[in-house]
Design a protein. Structure first.
Length: 154
């Protein structure tokens, strides 16, 4: 497993201030802060999964731009993994047709650019031999952490 820090700041301004986002291998994002914008279109197209820790803007703000940029270039939707409360916030406040289109029905509901997958604390998700464990976290909004385990590294 390779982990690339795209951003780990809580604000922007200057080259080293990118909000939270990590790229695991080539296909998994953990959070989608402003650091995602430093990836090339080719790199963005490879991302199949985004694991969101919580709904604060510094962790979600690049989802809309990323999916808008690559949705039509991909054969399958980008999967957003998050707590139910986080998914509700994304639907209500971002992908609501007022702030941004709802990519779960574009270009159509049968073949969307994006889909949601609700996670629960304690759940273990298998992604191509990598085990992702959803861990509890305490924050001002519902939040989780994630442990990634390849069997060789964690």
């Amino acid at each position: 497993m390779r982990l690339r820090v795209l951003g780990c700041a809580g604000s922007i301004g200057g080259f080293h201030n990118r909000t939270t986002s990590f790229l695991l291998d080539d296909d998994v994002l953990v959070d989608a802060g402003t650091g995602v914008g430093d990836l090339s279109l080719a790199e963005l197209t490879l991302i199949d999964h985004i694991f969101i820790t919580h709904s604060h803007l510094d962790h979600i703000n690049s989802i809309a731009f990323m999916v808008d940029s690559v949705g039509a270039l991909r054969p399958k939707p980008v999967t957003i993994h998050a707590l139910g409360a986080t998914i509700t916030a994304l639907k209500k406040y971002i992908f609501n047709w007022e702030i941004w289109p709802d990519f779960t029905v574009i270009p159509n509901a049968d073949q969307p650019f994006m889909r949601y997958e609700e996670v629960s604390v304690g759940e273990v998700i298998d992604l191509g031999g990598r085990k992702i464990t959803v861990l509890p976290a305490v924050h001002t909004v519902p939040a989780v952490g994630y442990q990634f385990d390849s069997g060789k590294a964690s």
